[in-house]
Design a protein around this ligand. Structure first.
Ligand SMILES: C[S@@+](CC[C@H](N)C(=O)[O-])C[C@H]1O[C@@H](n2cnc3c(N)ncnc32)[C@H](O)[C@@H]1O
Length: 433
C-alpha cells in the first residue's frame, strides 16, 4: 500500500472528524488536513468524504449489522475509518484489499491501534456481504437525519418528500449564468445545455478556473434555482436596486449585468471581498456600490428609496444538500425556526426602503416550510403597504408544479429531475402599489 494512499485516507478521516465531531462546514474543514496532498489525492479525498457524507445513513446501517456491539463514543475515529472504507468499496469501486489495508494503516497512523483489528475484520465482512446488505435497504430517507426526513414528509407528503430525498443525495451538476445574458452562446462555448429556466448546465466539469471563458469573466457559477429570484424581479435596467444579503454576489452580478444600479450590502466583510472579486472578474463593478452593514438597521445616507429590493435571507440551507452533503448532519431541528426573527427583520428593512411602485423579492435556499410562506404572511400582516404579486406559470421558465396556490415559487431538488435537478428554493414577490 502506497504512502500517499494511506495519507489520503488519514486526511479524509481528519476532515470527517472536523465535520461530524466538531460541526464544522465541509468547505472550511477540508483544506487544513488535505493541504499537503497532491491535486489528484486531494480530489480523491474530497470525493471520498463527500460520498461518505452523502451515504452516511446507509453506511451506518450496514456497519451496525457487522458490529457485535456499538462502538463507544471515544472511538469516533475508528467509526469514521469504517465509514470511509465501506464507502470506497460500496460506492467508489475501490478494490477491497486496498480499502481495507489503507483503513488499517490510517488507523495506526492516527494512534487508533486498538481498533486496527476490528477495522480489518469489519471491512473484510463488508467486502464479502456489504453490497447485498446495501441492496436490501429500501428506504428513500435512509441518508437523511430522521427529523429532517419527517419535516419534509409533513410539509410535502411522502411521495414528493421521497423524490426530494433521492434528488438531494445526488451530486449537483454545474450551472452557469452568462455575463452577457446569451445562454445559447455560453452553452456552445462550454459544451453545456440551456435549461428551461435559462441557466447553462454542464453535466461534467474539471476545475472551474480551467473552463472556457472563466478568466475572461464570461460567466459565474450559480445553481439555476438561485438564479430565479432576480429573473422574477422584472426589468431592472437603469433602476435603483438594493441587494440586502449580497455575498458572495451571484444575484448582485445578475442585477449588474442586466443594467441595474446596485447597492450590494452584506454584514460580512470577508464575504463582501468575494463579491468584489467576482465583480472584478466579470467587469461589472462600475454599477455596484458595496456596503458592509447590518441590514436590519441600515438606511442609505441620501435616504432615497429603491425600485427593487432583494432579500436573499440567511436560512437553514436545506435546499443545498446536493452540494453540501455535510449540511444535514450539522443542522438541528430548531435551526430554521431560530432564523425567523432575522428573516422578519430583513423583510421589515426591505419594506421600509421600498419605493412606491417597487418590487420586493424574498428568497431562501431552504426546504423548511417555516422559512417560506409564513415569513411572507407575517410581513404582509405587519405591513399593509405591500401586497403579494403572484408569480404565474411560464414566467422565467417556471411551470405550474413549481408554484404554490398563493403564487409563491417553491423549487424542489426533484424539479427538472431528468436534467439533473436543482437546489431547493422558496421565492415570494411583493409590490408596494
Ligand atoms: C444566502 S447568503 C446570500 C447569497 C447571495 N445573495 C448570492 O446570491 O450569492 C446570505 C447572506 O446574508 C448575509 N447576512 C446575514 N445576516 C445579515 C444581516 N443582518 N445584514 C446583512 N447581511 C446579512 C450573510 O453574511 C450572507 O452572506
Amino acid at each position: 500500500m502506497t504512502e500517499t494512499a494511506t495519507a489520503t485516507r488519514a486526511a479524509a478521516l481528519d476532515v470527517m472528524a472536523a465535520v461530524l465531531d466538531e460541526g464544522r462546514p465541509l468547505d472550511d474543514a477540508f483544506d487544513p488536513p488535505t493541504r499537503a496532498l497532491g491535486p489528484r489525492d486531494r480530489a480523491f479525498a474530497r470525493l471520498l468524504v463527500a460520498t461518505t457524507l452523502r451515504r452516511l445513513g446507509r453506511l451506518d446501517r450496514i456497519l451496525k449489522g457487522f458490529l457485535d456491539k456499538p462502538l463507544p463514543k471515544r472511538a469516533s475515529g475508528a467509526r469514521h475509518l469504517l465509514r470511509l472504507g465501506a464507502a470506497q468499496m460500496l460506492f467508489l469501486g475501490t478494490p477491497a484489499h486496498a480499502a481495507v489495508a489503507t483503513a488499517v494503516e490510517a488507523a495506526r497512523r492516527r494512534q487508533l491501534h486498538p481498533y486496527a483489528g476490528l477495522i480489518n475484520a469489519v471491512l473484510r465482512k463488508i467486502a464479502r456481504e456489504g453490497a447485498q446488505r446495501l441492496a436490501e435497504i429500501d428506504d428513500p430517507f435512509a441518508d437523511l437525519p430522521p427529523w429532517l426526513a419527517q419535516s419534509w414528509v409533513e410539509a410535502y407528503g411522502p411521495e414528493t418528500a421521497a423524490a426530494m430525498a433521492r434528488a438531494s443525495s445526488c451530486e449537483a451538476p454545474l450551472d452557469l449564468t452568462p455575463t452577457d445574458g446569451d445562454a445559447q452562446a455560453l452553452a456552445q462555448l462550454v459544451g453545456g445545455v440551456v435549461l428551461p429556466t435559462g441557466s447553462v448546465r454542464l453535466k461534467a466539469s474539471g476545475a472551474i478556473p480551467d473552463l472556457p471563458g472563466f478568466r475572461e469573466g464570461k460567466w459565474w457559477v450559480q445553481d439555476t434555482a438561485a438564479a430565479q429570484p432576480v429573473r422574477l424581479a422584472g426589468p431592472v435596467a437603469g433602476r435603483r436596486v438594493l441587494d440586502l444579503c449580497a455575498a458572495p454576489g451571484g444575484k448582485t452580478l445578475q442585477l449588474a449585468s442586466a443594467g441595474a444600479r446596485v447597492v450590494a450590502l452584506d454584514r460580512s466583510e470577508p464575504r463582501l471581498a468575494r463579491v468584489r472579486e467576482n465583480l472584478d472578474r466579470t467587469h461589472l463593478g462600475e454599477a455596484v456600490t458595496l456596503v458592509c452593514a447590518d441590514a436590519t438597521t441600515w438606511a442609505p445616507a441620501d435616504e432615497a428609496l429603491f425600485d427593487v429590493v432583494l432579500v436573499d435571507a440567511p436560512c437553514s440551507a436545506t435546499g443545498t444538500v446536493r452540494r453540501h452533503p455535510d449540511a444535514p448532519w450539522r443542522k438541528r431541528p430548531g435551526d430554521a425556526a431560530a432564523l425567523a426573527p432575522t428573516q422578519d427583520a430583513l423583510l421589515d428593512t426591505a419594506i421600509r426602503l421600498l419605493a412606491p411602485g417597487g418590487v420586493l423579492i424574498y428568497g431562501v435556499c431552504s426546504l423548511q416550510p417555516e422559512e417560506g410562506a409564513p415569513r411572507i404572511e407575517a410581513a404582509l400582516a405587519r405591513h399593509p403597504t405591500v401586497r403579494r404579486n403572484p408569480v404565474t406559470a411560464g414566467e422565467a421558465g417556471l411551470d405550474a408544479t413549481m408554484l404554490t396556490p398563493e403564487g409563491d415559487v417553491r423549487l424542489l431538488p426533484c424539479h427538472l429531475e431528468a436534467e439533473g435537478g436543482m437546489d431547493g428554493f422558496f421565492i415570494a414577490r411583493l409590490v408596494r402599489p
